[in-house]
Design a binder for this molecule. Structure first.
Ligand code: SAH
Length: 213
């Protein structure tokens, strides 16, 4: 399975679609235009890879809609060299978009099968995260903190405190908050103890699950 002119052409159309939906950050659009999304999907869904839709992946999870990935990435305001923590590695697509933008990516996944699959797959197609971790995203990643940005790619019933605590001053947490549907919320750390909160559009994510033990 490789990239091809056909796939590149379809990707450029996808970029136009998400541009029309309101994404303006050129770096984000370039990254979406460069990451071969079809490689992240099970072969049965290949034809759908460049439609702006979410799709099922392994273990009952989904690869987020490209617009949603672009939207969250734009809100993160990623600069080259930024240290970014992602909660919910899933297929690795969001991680690849961040790596494509020059971020140092740390990502946590709680489903072991997905963690294993994506840990093998991402380097195979040339995307090298700093660290992929099997664990609970509610806890963040204390040993590698602080981060310039944290992006949660599952619906959080509430904002986990460790994620706020693991931001640099000036750093941003982009998190969809809610149960049935989620409101995209951005927290910016303005000082040791203070955060700015901004609320944006509503989305539907798979739930950010809490460990029962
Ligand atoms: N970022 C992914 C989208 C994944 S969907 C992509 O680009 O494909 C959300 C992911 O969050 C799922 O893989 C799910 O298993 C994971 N997840 C759910 N609860 C979690 C938790 N507490 N910690 C880490 N990952 C979690």
């Amino acid at each position: 399975m490789k990239d091809s002119f056909k796939h590149q052409g379809l990707r450029q159309k996808l970029v136009e679609v998400i541009k029309k939906k309101g994404i303006i950050d050129e770096n984000v659009l370039n990254a979406i235009g460069n990451v071969p999304r079809h490689l992240f999907m099970d072969s049965g869904f290949l034809d759908h890879a460049y439609q702006d839709k979410p799709f099922p992946i392994a273990a009952g999870q989904t690869i987020s809609q490209p617009f949603t990935v672009a939207y969250q990435t734009e809100k993160l305001k990623v600069k080259k060299g930024d240290k970014i923590l992602e909660i919910g590695t899933g297929s690795g697509y969001q991680a690849a978009v961040l790596i494509e933008m020059g971020a140092k990516v740390y990502s946590i996944e709680r489903q072991q099968a997905l963690f294993k699959k994506t840990s093998k797959f991402l380097p195979k197609i040339g995307y090298h995260a700093k660290r992929l971790v099997f664990g609970d995203g509610y806890k963040g990643l204390q040993e590698d903190a602080p981060f310039d940005g944290i992006v949660v790619t599952a619906g959080a019933p509430y904002v986990p405190k460790p994620l706020l605590e693991q931001l640099k001053i000036g750093g941003r947490l982009v998190i969809p908050v809610g149960t049935d549907s989620q409101r995209m919320t951005v927290y910016t750390r303005t000082s040791e103890k203070e955060f700015d909160k901004e609320e944006f559009d509503y989305f539907r994510f798979v739930p950010l699950l809490e460990d029962k033990n």
